[in-house]
Write a protein that binds this ligand. Sequence first.
Ligand code: SAM
Ligand code: SF4
Ligand code: SF4
Length: 342
Amino acid sequence: MDAETVNPMNLLDTLNRPLRDLRISVTDRCNFRCVYCMPKEVFGPDYQFLHRDMVLTFEEITRLARIFAGFGVRKIRLTGGEPLVRKDFPKLVEMLAQIPDLDLTMTTNGALLPRFADELKKAGLKRVTVSLDSLDNEIFKAMNDVDFPVEKVLEGMDAAKAAGLEPIKVNMVVKRGVNESSILPMARFFREKRYILRFIEYMDVGHTNGWRMDDVVPAKEIVNIIGREFPLEPADPNYRGEVAERWSYKDGGGEIGVIASVTQAFCRDCHRARLSAEGKLYTCLFAVKGHDFRELLRNGASDEEISHKIESVWSKRADRYSEIRSENTVPLPKVEMSHIGG
Ligand code: SAM
Ligand code: SF4
Ligand code: SF4
């Protein structure tokens, strides 16, 4: 594909999917050790996190984000690791917020939101998604594995609401036999609060979490559990390629979402690329290999050269891992979630 002749907005991959959504991991570090993401046995005291020099600077991230926006990216989600542990993170938000027509959001574990919510809003962040896997402290602490209490995450959500970072979405990863019992209490609680609760099927990301199909609670089952207490009806997606399938409470009590990445793959509408903290571009959450942009940036490449590389990577993209997932694909080497940010 030739940079001179292709309108960047029309860039399509081999399955005719445009590039509309970019997730940027700003750090591979985290203050939690969720058992399904950064298990302590692997991410313990000896784990080698990226050295500071290896992580993209705010200027590098912003430059890349601008170039991606030129290809039609309209949504940027900042993630990690835990984005709020990156030093001066609101400064990055402020820089990215200068890019016109961008839906700028972040996913966080909420622990540091009470400290940063106001500053983030002022810097130009539009809204937040906060992860919380249970309202039961025993279950939640066993999942975050750093003894972090539910109340502090709820404080973080309330701080985000008070700052106007709305609508607030809550992500709950459901793992069979671990937090299934929390599905209904979470639904009841967040229905009252009017935060949009989204249930995520536990995925075989990376290779450190020991994933098994038996650990997955299918989205259909989750919808049935909630629907028995609060009747639900399907709602239209907000836009094509929306990851969460929306369900509305029939009595007008708001909505929930289910992200059925395992049982109902949505690869054919996947318009998402992921940039790791060290500047590698991944065209799928389950990709084995990233494409290095840090080297280009640090070797003085022009915007045109960087654009050319984006075109070359995206136009060859053929990923559809979730559609072809099987017992044979699960053990394949894959990048860790904490590197590319979910
Ligand atoms: N630290 C932030 C947080 O937890 O919100 C952002 C990064 S985290 C990797 C992004 C999202 O991925 C979180 O909602 C987390 O629950 C989810 N996640 C992590 N590992 C997962 C897995 N194996 N399956 C499904 N979702 C997962
Ligand atoms: Fe940290 Fe988020 Fe992974 Fe939990 S899910 S370990 S909070 S990056
Ligand atoms: Fe997109 Fe890959 Fe997930 Fe399919 S498996 S929806 S291509 S990230």
